[in-house]
Design a protein around this ligand. Structure first.
Ligand SMILES: [Zn+2]
Length: 98
């Protein structure tokens, strides 16, 4: 197994896990409940982490990278015509401005 992702917030890790599941990649969430543990463990080691099979490492990293490349969830205003556009569109449906 390879660790491909970890974050301080379980929400972030759960989100990454959902992305992998959506991409058809099996993964294992570890340390789901360890983050609150106090002790001598290095902090990063107590963060929630995602593991995948060795063979899935590259596809999993690509799936996460693709997801991070998705534009932030804020609408934008077309400089050409002033139309408000959803974040997933890279061009204006009204006037064609990219
Ligand atoms: Zn426009």
């Amino acid at each position: 197994m390879k660790r491909i992702y970890r974050a301080a917030s379980l929400l972030q890790v759960a989100h990454a896990r959902n992305l992998l599941i959506a991409a058809g990649i099996d993964c294992e969430l570890r340390n789901q409940y360890l983050a609150g543990a106090l002790g001598d463990l290095p902090m990063l080691e107590t963060w929630p982490q995602l593991y995948v099979d060795d063979a899935d490492e590259l596809p999993a990293l690509r799936a996460l990278a693709r997801a991070e490349a998705v534009p932030a969830g804020t609408p934008w205003i077309c400089p050409g015509c002033g139309e408000t556009l959803e974040p997933q569109f890279t061009g204006c449906w009204r006037c064609g401005t990219e």
